[in-house]
Design a protein around this ligand. Structure first.
Ligand SMILES: NC(=O)c1ccc[n+]([C@@H]2O[C@H](COP(=O)([O-])OP(=O)(O)OC[C@H]3O[C@@H](n4cnc5c(N)ncnc54)[C@H](O)[C@@H]3O)[C@@H](O)[C@H]2O)c1
Length: 350
């Protein structure tokens, strides 16, 4: 199979490419290498085997069309994107061009040239807005959503907030619409937090990796203090990258039955963590004492997002295998290895 991966040098893209190469597929990674760490990922990917790289910008319709024409893909994973809500607020036009227009460019190219190729899109839980219509209870370490003990399912009303929510949400809906109107075999995967190896976390995106860096810094310098947005009781379900990759291939395998569907994807209720709970876990695993200062909440931040993954389990036969405990341990190892070969982690920014 020839697999075109947009954003193929990013965190998710590189890991998808690695699995595809290992299982005998030919990979074409399309990326503009703008993300911090993308060059390192490309070098690493080339060392894994048969990965072809195309330098291009997803917001440029001609470059996208040429990539599809030349690759003649049997399947496409669309994971290129502007990934930070904060960046979208600073430059909403560029965020729109990459996330919304970029998705349309890709869908149009596929509609014209490869209409039978399955296309999977990495959407986001942010399509549901801040979820302020629900009731939250507060414990000493976290918020809990009273109405959604199993997490938020796909019937949760869409509510696009922040430029990032709008651009990702528009793309999410275009994918589903291209399934309905043009019959493309599409699947939309609405992710909450993914973390793991080959992720170059920044203060704006990749919170588990970012706080792993802070824990390792605190171990070296016990006086170090970092900042958090909000009160630390906000909850996300954490999904390790190996489980995320398995999901994409499970969806490809079952494309004939799941085409046209959207799935909420995360580690689920048993792998949910608040920031405060992550800090406790990091203190246990590193022996460091973490000190932080609070900043105001981020725009449209959800008190709780935990994905109800029962639809994904039912229709894809998929469920996460790697616990948050084990995943964070691996993330600390990756972060430590990264810090030892690159510039001091505290200075890195996306
Ligand atoms: N990682 C998460 O926790 C998470 C959560 C929800 C949704 N997602 C979505 O999953 C997708 C992948 O996320 P990730 O964590 O791998 O991000 P990432 O930033 O590591 O990877 C994105 C890749 O896209 C590339 N890219 C950015 N703009 C581009 C452009 N204009 N043209 C071509 N390539 C471009 C970047 O260079 C990068 O290599 C994104 O669409 C993101 O919105 C990720």
């Amino acid at each position: 199979m020839v697999l075109l991966i947009t954003g193929g040098c990013g965190f998710l893209g590189t890991n998808l490419a690695r699995r595809a190469i290992a299982t005998g597929h030919r990979v074409i990674a399309f990326d503009n290498l703008r993300r911090v760490g993308a060059m390192e990922n490309l070098r690493w990917l080339r060392a894994q085997g048969d990965a072809n790289f195309v330098h291009g910008d997803i917001s440029n319709a001609e470059e996208v069309a040429r990539a599809v024409e030349e690759a003649e893909p049997d399947a496409v994973f669309h994971v290129a994107g502007q990934v930070a809500m904060t960046t979208s607020v600073v430059n909403p036009r560029r965020d729109f061009e990459i996330n919304a227009l970029g998705a349309l460019n890709l869908l149009e190219a596929i509609r014209r040239m490869r209409p039978d190729a399955p296309v999977l899109y990495a959407s986001t839980n942010k399509v549901y807005g801040d979820l302020s219509q629900y009731t939250y209870h507060e414990t000493s370490t976290r918020y809990k959503c009273a109405e959604k003990p199993n997490g938020f399912d796909e019937d949760t009303p869409l509510q696009f907030q922040s430029p990032y929510g709008c651009s990702k949400g528009a793309a999410d809906q275009y994918f589903l619409e291209y399934g309905r109107t043009y019959g493309l075999p599409v699947v939309v995967l609405r992710h909450s937090s993914i973390y793991g190896e080959r992720q170059f976390s920044t203060v704006d995106q990749g919170w588990i990796g970012w706080f792993c860096q802070k824990a390792l810094e605190a171990k070296v310098d016990p006086t170090s203090v970092f900042t958090i947005s909000g009160d630390g009781k906000q909850v996300r379900d954490a999904l390790h990258i190996d489980d995320a990759v398995s999901l994409y291939f499970a969806a490809l395998d079952r494309m004939s039955t799941v085409r046209g569907s959207a799935f909420n994807i995360g580690g689920g209720p048993s792998n949910s963590l608040s920031l405060l709970e992550l800090f406790a876990l990091l203190e246990r695993q590193t022996g460091a004492h973490l000190q932080y200062q609070r900043l105001p909440w981020r725009q449209s931040d959800q008190r709780v997002f935990v994905a109800d993954i029962r639809k994904a389990h039912r229709m894809l036969g998929w469920r996460p295998e790697i616990s948050a405990d084990e995943g964070v341990r691996r993330m600390l190892q990756w972060t430590a290895a990264l810090a030892s070969v690159s510039e001091p982690v505290a200075r890195r920014r996306g």
